[in-house]
Design a protein around this ligand. Sequence first.
Ligand code: NAD
Ligand code: TDX
Length: 335
Amino acid sequence: MRMLVTGGAGFIGSNFVHYMLREHPEDIIINADSLTYAGNLENLRAVEQEPNYQFVRVDITDREALRPLFEQEIDVVVNFAAESHVDRSILEPDVFVRTNILGTQTLLDLAKEFKVRKFVQVSTDEVYGTLGDTGLFSETTPLAANSPYSASKAGADLLVRAYHETFGLPVNITRCSNNYGPYQFPEKLIPLMIQNALADKQLPVYGDGLNVRDWLYVEDHCKAIDLVIREGATGEVYNVGGNNERNNLQVVRTILQELGKPESLITYVTDRPGHDRRYAIDASKIRTQLGWQPKYNYESGIVETIRWYLSNQAWMEQVKSGGYRDYYEMQYGER
Ligand code: NAD
Ligand code: TDX
């Protein structure tokens, strides 16, 4: 199978490339990524010489630059490429609309023109909006996005649906809860808090710290996408989540305990505007229909993740310094 993976230099995408090369060495992976601030080829250094892996620096809104990739007979497109950080979307929504909506539509057009066998859109539980104290998001929960980020992801989901309904494009959409694990950019809660705690800097907890997220180890997400590629019924949406609801204070306290740092580092800061209170996923459809089961439980996954960041401080320093970007600017030219 020849697979076009977009956004493969980001957090989940790079974990997915590693996962696929390990689990399916017979497949060919073409990683198309424009290397924004969130894209880091350092994540893929261990596989860059693999004969069945290829990296192409390309923007998913650039139809003509993408065309030669589709001319290489792509079987499956897996679209991870996105602007992914909610706080940035509040500051600068434009690029979210451009990449997440226009970029997805550009890929859909090419997938249709070149008759790919499957288009998998990697979406998020945030398209469903927010929950109160009870209830779970199912695949039929109405879309009710609350941030420019989630609105742009919901817009993309609707386009994916429309290309299936209108043009018969064979698609799947996966909607996953919060991922954690190696190679996550340190603007997101877990790596940010680990870094700040290690440096004895304050840990900025938004609002009352009681917002709930449903955490999933990134490898379990990759496993779910792999299953959907191979066995997902055409046109279907699959929710992915690990039944690991924790509020933000619980997450931050675990990090402090593991690192032996004091709770006095916790600092309550102004809440995120439109901050969704609670996300929780009903993943029974992918579990019963495709047999997906997460391998990691949160208690061991979070400890393993903290240890990964501890033993990969060189990676983190590079990301923070921007040094890796300067290097790849040299390698791949001006952006
Ligand atoms: P990320 O920000 O770490 O990585 C995004 C990648 O996309 C980067 O490598 C970046 O360079 C690339 N990219 C951005 N704009 C591009 C463009 N115009 N053209 C080509 N490449 C571009 O994101 P992530 O956390 O790995 O998320 C990956 C996908 O999974 C996103 O679609 C996100 O919405 C979705 N998702 C993320 C989570 C999570 O917890 N992180 C949960 C559910 C769904
Ligand atoms: O400094 C912080 N302090 C804080 O309290 C940060 C960065 C976050 N938070 C809170 C906000 C959220 O309630 O922690 C929670 C998690 O925040 P993020 O890591 O920014 O993730 P979230 O907004 O939940 O979105 C993530 O999961 C769904 C990803 O960034 C999205 O791409 C994905 O779709």
